[in-house]
Structures are given as structure tokens and as C-alpha cells.
Design a protein around this ligand. Structure first.
Ligand SMILES: C[S@@+](CC[C@H](N)C(=O)[O-])C[C@H]1O[C@@H](n2cnc3c(N)ncnc32)[C@H](O)[C@@H]1O
Length: 271
């Protein structure tokens, strides 16, 4: 049965507003891999578990056609709020059953999503739809984050670590795939041409308000909110106050830098 933790309308709206796009370094790594394996122009990309479409839109200039898919209607509804591209469409469906033809896809991506899927069924579906030489790219971030602000980075990061500790009991078991950098998912890919790249560091500047929004997109925060709504809201209020106090400002628009690590799994279906 599919894991459905991204169905709420408010959650989806936070996603659209506060989730980041994949970094240029991740995009470059994907396309230098794809460039070596597929002739240009590229035809068709599918982004599964696309959420509100941050990664799907990025693929648009590289492909003739891009399809974003997700099982959450609320998330797909949010894709309409971003500027659309004529070559990008979306479909409500599980990643384990994508409504496209056999051997039709040049690149299949899953951004912060593959850990939620039924891996065995999903990899069979990937094999059905990829063209020979077609590539897959699964990537995500590690859930340990640092917050940098002038000489207050240590205190800011400490508050973030405390949030992670509070949310730990609400973490889904599938998070284990994230914590081990998709090692098992990588091992399950049946293609000999594959690689796993770790320690891709992303640094993003964002206002404190954006950071507070991002925290509320985390699936474990949403589980906390459903289980203990008053405590979860209180945690957000307290954390915001502590961040402001540490920085010594009353402005939620003060910019901080978020720093975290990503990993990327790449593979190509044999010709
Ligand atoms: C953490 S979000 C990532 C969204 C987006 N790709 C991003 O990078 O921000 C995970 C998404 O995977 C979707 N999802 C979970 N299980 C799925 C499945 N079996 N098939 C398709 N989508 C799924 C969820 O609905 C959610 O939108």
C-alpha cells in the first residue's frame, strides 16, 4: 500500500511556497551522465513523486516533453500556481504504475521521493518505461541541516538539532533509506552501469520566515501536527522566537544560510 503523507491541502501549499529546487550541481551531475549515454535532442523525461513540481519544471528546457506524476492530488493542484511550460504536463498516478508506453522515456527522475515508493515494483516499472540507454536519477537531501548566521551558526544549528530530536519519534520507517543515502535502493537497481554520489553540499540563503516554512513541509512535522496539534504549533512559535533571539533581531525577514548534504543515484538501462 502507498505511503500517503503528502495529501493535506495546507501541507501542499507550504510545499509550493517553501521547498527548494535541486541545486545546479545536482542538475550538472545528472546531465553530464545523461550526455555521455543518450543522443541529443532528448525526447521525454518523467519526474515521479513530483510534489508541487520544483524538479519537474527544471527539466523542461532539456526535453521535448516532460511529465510530472504524483499520488497526491493536493500536491498536483499546487503545480498550477507556478509558471507553466507548454511541454510540461502532470498526472495523478503511483510511481509504480506510470501511464506511459514501454521503452518511451529518456530520463526518469525522483527528487526526495524514491524512498516513499515500493522499490521492487517501482524498479520493474522503471525498466518497462526506460528506453535502452535511458537513465534514472534518484536524489535527495540528508535530514541533518546546519543554519549559518554570522558568528551565531553554532547556536542556530543547535536549535535545529533540537527540532530534529523532537520530530524523531514521528519519522516514518522509510526515512531509513534517506539516512543511508539510498544505499539499498542503489543495490536493488539491476543495471551494471550505475553510480552513487554522496556529499553534494547545498547552501541556500533564505529569510528566517522561509526556514520556518520549510520546517513545516517536513513529513515528520506534519505527523507531529496531526498527532499533537497544540504542541506542534507551540514548537514552531518557540523555535521562531529562539532563532530571532539568537540573531538579535525582530525581523523574520533576516536572511540565514541553510547548509545540507545531498546524494544522487544514477543508472542507465543496458542498450
Ligand atoms: C518529499 S515529497 C518530494 C516532492 C518533490 N519531488 C520535491 O523534490 O520537492 C515526496 C512526494 O512523493 C509523493 N509520493 C509518495 N509515494 C508515492 C508513490 N507511490 N507514487 C507517486 N508519488 C508518491 C508524495 O505525494 C510527495 O508529493
Amino acid at each position: 500500500m502507498a505511503t500517503r503523507l503528502f495529501e493535506g491541502k495546507e501541507h501542499a501549499s507550504y510545499y509550493q511556497k517553501f521547498r527548494f529546487e535541486p541545486s545546479q550541481e545536482i542538475i550538472d551531475l545528472i546531465f553530464s551522465y545523461v550526455d555521455e549515454r543518450l543522443p541529443k535532442p532528448y525526447g521525454f523525461a518523467v519526474d515521479v513523486g513530483c510534489g508541487s513540481g520544483q524538479n519537474t519544471r527544471i527539466l523542461s528546457p532539456y526535453f521535448e516533453k516532460v511529465l510530472g506524476t504524483d499520488i497526491s492530488e493536493a500536491q498536483l493542484e499546487e503545480t498550477k500556481k507556478a509558471q507553466g511550460s507548454p511541454n510540461v504536463t502532470y498526472s495523478l498516478c503511483p510511481a509504480e504504475k506510470v501511464p506511459v508506453g514501454d521503452v518511451s522515456v529518456d530520463l526518469l527522475t525522483a527528487s526526495a521521493a524514491a524512498h516513499w515508493f515500493n522499490i521492487e515494483k517501482f524498479l520493474k516499472e522503471v525498466d518497462r518505461i526506460l528506453k535502452p540507454g535511458g537513465c534514472l536519477a534518484f536524489f535527495s537531501y540528508l535530514p541533518y541541516m546546519e543554519i549559518h548566521y554570522k558568528d551565531r551558526s553554532e547556536q542556530m544549528t543547535q536549535v535545529f538539532a533540537e527540532i530534529e530530536a523532537t520530530l524523531a519519534p514521528y519519522e516514518h520507517e522509510k526515512f531509513e533509506h534517506l539516512r543511508n543515502g539510498y544505499k539499498e535502493i542503489y543495490e536493488a537497481i539491476p543495471y551494471p552501469d550505475k553510480r552513487r554520489i554522496e556529499n553534494i553540499v547545498t547552501k541556500i540563503r533564505m529569510p528566517l520566515a522561509g526556514l520556518m516554512g520549510l520546517i513545516q513541509t517536513f513529513s515528520m512535522f506534519q505527523t507531529y501536527l496531526r498527532t499533537e496539534p497544540e504542541e506542534a504549533k507551540e514548537m514552531i512559535r518557540t523555535v521562531e522566537e529562539r532563532f530571532l533571539q539568537i540573531i538579535g533581531t525582530s525581523s523574520i525577514e533576516t536572511e540565514v544560510e541553510l547548509c545540507f548534504q545531498n546524494f544522487l543515484v544514477l543508472a542507465s538501462k543496458p542498450q
